[in-house]
Design a protein around this ligand. Structure first.
Ligand code: NCD
Length: 307
């Protein structure tokens, strides 16, 4: 039993597969006319968002509501945080309100870990700086399994701004735990220095997207994260897109069964063209739908349910 989900490293193979299995059962309820389950009735789930978010925030909210929890959504904008209140004081407020679980997104790596030391409820990392985003990795693994039947043995290319991507870091960890092979692809400036020495077994690095695509089952495109860039990491958007963008010509290099993923929000025309994003191979919309089922499964498990 795990109490918090702070990092994809918290998940061993069996726990991760257990979550995907529960998520599958949760997804079956989404097709019903009445989507709500009574599972978390009387429990309080807080969404604590210090960074902008559309998908993840709405998804956690929908997941908690479908399990009948009381949901409080707190955005840093318009709260006492803008008056300088510290994370610790906010944590004490949440504790006083009796939060059973807190999903937190924060610009600082490690903020969810600190929060877990201050409150008695479960903490779910909904993205901390450039560090981790474990529920995104789970929903991505879920999407691969539902489209391709399994995760083990898949070859997955994660492409683009790996340096700033918590999605890449969490996926690298979870996918290798689940027995997939991961190839990180991007310009050398957008791959962390010394990363090749710290890679888990089953992972590698490439700078050549065209060479990697023909052998992939999954290609996961990452957003170029301008808001986290303090320097210039590539000559121009046009040049980036020419080398590392996925357009129709490049998509044709993929094997026929391969799928194209993106966590959103997309920079259409930079890392992915609209034709690719809206094509039948793209799972972008499915990933969002699967996110709700996966977060329901995680909430259920952390708040005491059995697999
Ligand atoms: C990602 C995030 O916020 O880390 N988006 C998401 O959660 N769906 C990726 C990104 O911002 O590019």
């Amino acid at each position: 039993m795990i109490k918090h989900l702070l990092s994809a490293d918290d998940l061993d193979r069996d726990t991760a597969i257990g979550i995907l299995d529960i998520a599958e059962r949760m997804a079956a309820t989404a097709g019903r006319e009445i989507k709500k389950l009574p599972t978390l009735r009387g429990r309080t789930v807080v969404n604590l968002f210090y960074e902008d978010s559309t998908r993840t925030r709405i998804s956690f909210e929908a997941a908690a509501k479908r399990l009948s929890a009381d949901v409080i959504t707190f955005s840093a904008k318009g709260s006492s945080v803008s008056k300088g209140e510290s994370l610790k004081d906010t944590a004490l407020t949440l504790q006083a309100m009796g939060a059973d679980a807190v999903a937190i997104r924060h610009p600082a790596a490690g903020a969810p870990h600190r929060l877990a030391g201050w409150i008695s409820g479960s903490v779910l990392n909904a993205g901390d700086g450039t560090h981790e985003h474990p529920t995104q990795a789970l929903l991505d693994a879920y999407t691969m399994r539902s489209r391709l039947g399994h995760v083990e043995g898949l070859r997955v290319a994660i492409v683009g701004d790996v340096l700033h991507s918590r999605v890449a870091r969490s996926n690298l960890s979870l996918l290798t735990t689940l027995g997939a092979e991961v190839i990180l692809v991007g310009p050398p400036t957008l791959l962390p220095v010394g990363f090749e020495k710290a890679l888990p077994p089953g992972a590698s690095i490439s700078y050549d997207l065209d060479a990697v695509l023909p052998k992939c089952d999954v290609v996961m495109m990452l957003r170029v994260q301008r808001e986290r860039m303090i320097d210039s990491y590539f000559p121009s958007e046009r040049e980036y897109s020419r080398r590392y963008g996925l357009d129709r010509r490049r998509m044709a290099l993929l094997p026929e069964h391969a799928i194209v993923m993106h966590p959103g929000p997309m920079n259409r025309g930079i890392e992915i063209s609209s034709q690719v994003a809206d094509s039948a191979r793209s799972t972008v919309v499915e990933q969002v739908a699967n996110g709700v089922s996966v977060r329901m499964a995680v909430l259920y498990l952390l708040l005491g349910g059995n697999a």
